[in-house]
Each structure stands twice: as C-alpha cells, then as structure tokens.
Design a protein around this ligand. Structure first.
Ligand SMILES: *Cc1c(COP(=O)(O)O)cnc(C)c1O
Length: 402
C-alpha cells in the first residue's frame, strides 16, 4: 500500500493543530496593533509578552518583565536572527578595534554568507575546519582566539548531518577569554535541552518553522548587557531593537510551539531516536556501500543522512517522491545547486560520494510504520539507480572514480 511519508522535517515542519488554534484569534478577532494605547491594542501586547515569556523559559533566559528590556527579541526568521547576531556584534565591536570573527566551515548559509559579507566590509573571519563527523573541539576555538576576536559563532546542531557540537564547552572557552559567543540553534531548540546561562551562550538564533510554528517567524536571544545595533530600522517596536509592526499571530504561534516542543524533550527525543536508529540500522543492513554521514552518537534525534556510492541524490529524491516519500539531498537551500553540499565536503567526502547523499529527517508526526515503509522502498531504488550508473561497475571493481 502506498503511503505519504514526510521525512524532511529539517527543511520545515507541519504547523501543529495546537499552534494553529492559538494563532487563529489574532488574525480577524484580536487584530489590534500592539503599539496602540487602547485596550484592544493592549491585548496584542499582552499576547506578545506571554510568547516572550514562553521563549525565554524554553531557553533558560531571564523572565521578561513588562516594559523592561528583555533578552528575547522576535524577528522574521532564523536567517534574520543569524544576520543580526553576526553583523550587529561585529559592527558594534569594530568600534573597540575588534574585527575578527570565528566560525566553522559547515554552518548554515545564513551564517556563512553573513560572514562572507562581513569579510567584504573588511572584517577578518576564521572558518574552523570540522572533522569527519562534523565536530570541532573547544581547543580549536581557544587556539583561534586572537587579541582582536569579537565573536565566536558555532552551529548547535547541523541541519544536514545532525551533528551536535560541544556548545557548553565552547561557550566556556569564549567566556574564559572574554569573547562573545553566538550559536545558531535553529535545529537544536526542542530537540536537546538548552540553557543559555549554564551553557555560556550570549546570543542564540531560533526559527519557528522547524518546530511546528509557521515559516516567517524567529527570535534572537541577546544576553543582558550585550549591546548591538538593530538590523531593521524604523519604528520603536521590540524595545527599539527590531522595527516593524509585530506579527502577533506568528509570535503567539512561536510561543505556543516552543513551549510544546520543550515540554518533554527527553520523551520526544527518545521516540525520535528509536525511529532514527531503526532506520539507520535497516539501511546499513539492506544497502551495500552505504555510508552514514555524521556522528553515530552525537546526533540530532531525528536525523538520518547517508551517502550511497555510485548514484545521484537527485535521482533518489524523484523515485522516493514516486513512492510518496519526501526527503532531501543535502539541504533544501542547496538542492537545485550543482555543487555538492558544503557540509558533506567539509566532513571530507569526495565530490562523487557527496552527490549520492540522502537526508531523511524524522519528526513528531512520523511513526515506525513510516520507517518500515522507507526501508521497504529505498533499497530497490538504490539498486535500480546503481544498475543504470556509469560508475557503479568501476566502484565494485575497486577502480578509482573521479
Ligand atoms: C532553517 C535554518 C535556518 C534558517 O531559518 P529560516 O527561518 O528558514 O530563515 C538557519 N539555520 C539553520 C541551522 C537552519 O536549519
């Protein structure tokens, strides 16, 4: 029997019923402008305040008090949060002569391209190389810190291969050395316990649509005392930190979603991990010459990423789609691009192997039946594509390809 299996939760997630229900009143009933003084507008302001409390609680940030500068600011997406953190901190610190940024070579493009934009402005950037599992060590960070280093920005969890980085340890190094620390935690929030204070995080980016809120809403945590200029200029919204009339329904949606995601992280993670491990073991058992990308243990609970030698990821996606399975090859942002993903190249995969990669990212809506369905449909697809592959025979004969 044919099923519909959505296994691309790292690209985006379904908005949950709970979130839709929480948002609905704020479209056509409670639509007041949060900046307006009358009570109808104040209801929107209170809704934003509640959502801010929910996000702050999920991160271990200070509980926001009404009309006091908070630590959580709402943005239009994870990408905006990343841009704001990097450009804001670097521009602020340049005034103190600190113009050096440290990050890694396998960040999301929201970070990589922001770093490159800063380089064009004359800032200096160190891209730390990750190892074959996608890890960097706190020592690498320590060794890279210079007199003029303003900021270290390291991904919490990689969106393609699911590697979980040693964030608390890296944060400790940064604080030891008096350097600000930012993490893009878009994939991590709701999947691993986060405590910005205990984990030495000064700035943290998150996004709604990776945790069952809609696309187009995000937040940036900015530790009290860290001052950065705004990225979006205009009105006085978000305590004069981020202009633009507040997107009340989406902010309410993010608050509801993050509270739900962080309600019971261990139980949700255990459920996802059981499905993930069955899928990984099943693929290793059924498909020869399959390589698991990333770390077996330091891994997001729902992430599966494989390379299958001899074939192209795009071909696999089309055949899987025929079977009702949504997956990804590399990341959604890079598919459509001819170059293999920079993440897979960063962990040392040769171009040919990187091209044959497949990411299956499981989420709360998936079931063991979905996993078994993928395990039934995927092996014949790989076999069929290899039978048509011009290089497969040579790979089997042990000849060098490329
Ligand atoms: C999805 C994603 C982003 C971008 O978030 P948007 O809300 O889609 O802009 C940034 N970083 C990582 C790690 C992501 O997975």
């Amino acid at each position: 029997m044919k099923r519909f299996v959505y296994a691309d939760n790292a690209a985006t997630t379904r908005v949950s019923e709970e979130v839709v229900a929480a948002m609905l009143p704020y479209f056509s009933e409670q639509y007041g402008n949060a900046s307006s003084p009358y009570r109808f507008g104040q209801a929107s302001k209170e809704a934003i305040q509640k959502a801010r409390e929910q996000v702050a609680a999920a991160l271990g940030a200070e509980k926001p008090l009404p009309n006091r500068l908070p630590e959580v600011f709402f943005t239009s997406c994870g990408t905006e949060s990343d841009n704001w953190a990097l450009k804001g901190v670097m521009h602020a610190m340049a005034k103190r002569g600190k113009r050096h940024l440290i990050t890694t070579n396998f960040e999301h493009h929201a970070i990589l391209h922001s770093a490159q934009a800063l380089e064009k402005e004359g800032f200096s950037v160190t891209y730390l190389p990750v190892d074959h599992e996608g890890l960097i060590t706190p020592e690498q960070v320590a060794d890279a810190i210079r007199e003029d280093t303003a900021l270290v920005s390291v991904l919490y969890a990689n969106n393609e291969i699911g590697t979980l980085l040693p964030i608390p340890e890296i944060g400790a190094v940064c604080h030891d050395r008096g350097v600000l620390f930012h993490t893009d935690a878009v994939q991590a929030v709701g999947n691993v316990p986060i405590d910005v204070k205990a984990q030495h995080i000064d700035l943290l980016s998150l996004s709604g649509h990776k945790l069952h809120a809609p696309k187009g809403i995000g937040a940036l945590y900015i530790r009290k005392g860290v001052v950065l200029p705004s990225l979006i200029d205009g009105g006085a919204q978000e305590f004069k930190h981020r202009a633009g009339t507040e997107n009340v329904p989406y902010i309410v949606g993010l608050g509801t979603a993050i509270e739900a995601a962080c309600r019971d992280i261990p139980a949700r993670a255990a459920r996802l991990q059981a499905m993930r491990d069955r899928l990984i073991d099943g693929i290793l058992e059924r498909i020869p010459h399959a390589r698991l990308n990333g770390s077996r243990t330091r891994r997001l609970p729902g992430n599966v990423n494989f390379s299958f030698e001899g074939i192209e990821g795009e071909g696999m996606l089309l055949w899987l789609d025929q079977e009702g399975i949504c997956a990804s090859s590399g990341s959604a942002c890079t598919s459509g691009d001819l170059d293999p993903s920079h993440v897979l190249l960063a962990i040392g995969l040769p171009h040919g192997v990187a091209h044959g990669s497949l990411r299956l990212s499981l989420g709360d809506d998936n079931t063991m039946e979905d996993v078994d369905y993928i395990l039934e449909k995927l092996p014949p697809i790989v076999e069929r594509l290899r039978a048509m592959s011009p290089v497969w025979e040579r790979i089997l004969a042990g000849e060098p390809v490329e």
